[in-house]
Write a protein that binds this ligand. Structure first.
Ligand code: GLN
Length: 485
């Protein structure tokens, strides 16, 4: 399936138009999606929780507003699934970790508030790698999510549940979080669109923190236009997030028809020709470049030399920040507490039982990288590499409007293939972490399949706040994607 093959009635924009005009009821739309979830989520495990009753009530309220002549908003009646690290008032938010067992946030994340205010209907909370640490959704305390294209394979991660939910038709759109690739990589492996916005473009208020200098919330969708519509709703300044950029969300849907005539597209050598890029993936990126050229863009190779150090820098900076952020789970303030005779032992037992192996590995790596005597050699050096990456991208964007690469070096791999080898798992992020470290936006667009028929994602990167041009290129790729009927 190509993203552009989605029947208009199944898209978020199609649903919203039909619900707003009263030709379809939001209740009927939500029932259809709940039926799809009931039929197949037992197999896929995309959801940690399906909020069916609340979704039905919300849909009914939308229909009542339409009947009363009101406009419920640009996403009226659109079912949406939320990664389970986004806070939902009174509804369990687990981060797929045992340590948050029983915790119900007292507030909604800003992005959730904005979706609901725009008329969207939340259908549930989706599975993830524990605290968003992973690339396959196998690090979940609640079992892995499976890829709808081939259930013996992973959906990618960490937002694997949100990607699978959209690919399986459980919801036309969903939200994920992306720290080093967790929206883009699962989008690629599941054959859907996934967007990591510019750092600061979308509020992180109510997103459970992993690595605060990198974390961003963004949408999954089956079409580029749906992703743009959701980003317009969730983006823009939020005074409750100190890292939020004080400017309104840019208009994106209006950009999609602008075409790519005259745009300069750079193929990033280090990310297109690096070690581990499967030939079936590299071939689709070449096809994508050719398609953009045919649509009027100029395409050339470009070097972003420091990008080769992206993975090493990321796997110091992200764990360092995580080790600090996750110190708050102490058995006192949130969720799980394993009682013990002394407070110290209580912390110890709670964290020992509450966290899974990958989260513990990150806390240890991060604590080490920040410790006296090692700080300069590890964390300090990683920050210097981060600056070099930013400079190299800036130089590339003097010559190019957007940059292109694979999203993920491979297509979806079998469950269990990389769980015993953390470094092999980290290699999944080689193409996505450089723009994360730079704080730049990037989108993964489905572009054909490999020789086994598994989806391939092409990544379009843009300079900070370059979402409008990034979406133009994404729309052109979608229009040219192989298999478009
Ligand atoms: N796979 C990367 C990691 O494990 C990225 C995760 C993310 O973006 N949340 O850290």
């Amino acid at each position: 399936m190509s993203a552009a093959d989605v029947p208009a009635g199944d898209t978020a924009l199609g649903i919203a138009a039909a619900v707003r005009s009263g030709t379809r009821s939001a209740v009927e739309v939500v029932e259809e999606h709940l039926t799809a979830i009931a039929a197949r989520d037992g197999e896929l495990n995309a959801f940690n929780l399906v909020t069916a009753d609340q979704a039905r009530q919300a849909a009914l309220a939308i229909d009542e507003r339409v009947a009363a002549g009101e406009d419920p908003g640009p996403l009226a009646g659109v079912p949406v699934a939320l990664k389970d690290n986004l806070c939902t008032r009174g509804v369990p938010t687990t981060c797929s970790s045992r340590i948050l067992e029983g915790w119900r946030p007292p507030y909604d994340a800003t992005v959730v508030e904005r979706l609901v205010a725009a008329g969207a209907v939340v259908v549930g909370k989706t599975n993830l790698d524990e605290f968003a640490m992973g690339s396959s959704t196998e690090n979940s305390a609640f079992g892995p999510t499976r890829n709808p294209h081939d259930p013996s394979r992973v959906p990618g991660g960490s937002s694997g549940g949100s990607a699978a939910a959209v690919a399986a038709g459980f919801a036309p759109v969903s939200l994920g979080s992306d720290t080093g690739g967790s929206i883009r990589q699962p989008a690629a492996l599941c054959g859907v669109v996934g967007v990591k916005p510019t750092y600061g473009a979308v509020s992180r208020y109510g997103l459970v923190a992993f690595a605060s200098s990198l974390d961003q919330v963004g949408p999954f969708a089956r079409t580029v236009a749906d992703a743009a519509a959701v980003l317009e709703v969730i983006g823009g300044h939020d005074p409750r997030d100190s890292t939020s950029i004080p400017r309104p969300a840019p208009s994106l849907v209006a950009e999609l028809e602008a075409g790519v005539q005259g745009l300069r597209v750079g193929l990033v050598t280090e990310l297109c020709e690096g070690e581990g890029i499967e030939p079936g993936v590299a071939a689709r990126v070449d096809d994508a470049a050719a398609a953009l050229e045919a649509a009027g863009a100029t395409v050339d190779k470009v070097s972003v030399p420091a990008a080769v150090h992206g993975l090493s820098a990321y796997y110091l900076i992200a764990p360092a920040e995580a080790s600090s952020n996750l110190a708050r789970y102490d058995g006192v303030r949130y969720g799980l507490r394993v009682d013990a005779p002394t407070t110290g032992e209580m912390y110890d037992r709670t964290r020992t039982e509450g966290f899974g192996a990958e989260v513990k590995r990150r806390i240890m790596l991060g604590t080490y990288a920040l410790s006296a005597g090692y700080y300069e050699a590890f964390y300090g050096k990683a920050q210097k590499v981060r600056t070099l990456i930013i400079r190299d991208f800036e130089a590339a964007y003097e010559q190019f409007d957007v940059l292109l690469s694979p999203t993920s070096p491979t297509t979806a791999f079998p469950l269990g293939a990389k769980t015993a080898d953390p470094l092999a798992m980290y290699m999944n992020d080689v193409c996505t972490v450089p723009s994360s470290l730079a704080g730049h936006p990037a989108i993964s667009v489905p572009f054909g399949t490999d020789e086994s028929g598994l989806p391939v994602g092409v990544q379009v990167m843009a300079p900070a706040l370059g979402e409008p041009v990034m979406f133009r290129v994404a729309a052109a790729l979608e229009a040219a994607a192989p298999g478009r009927g």
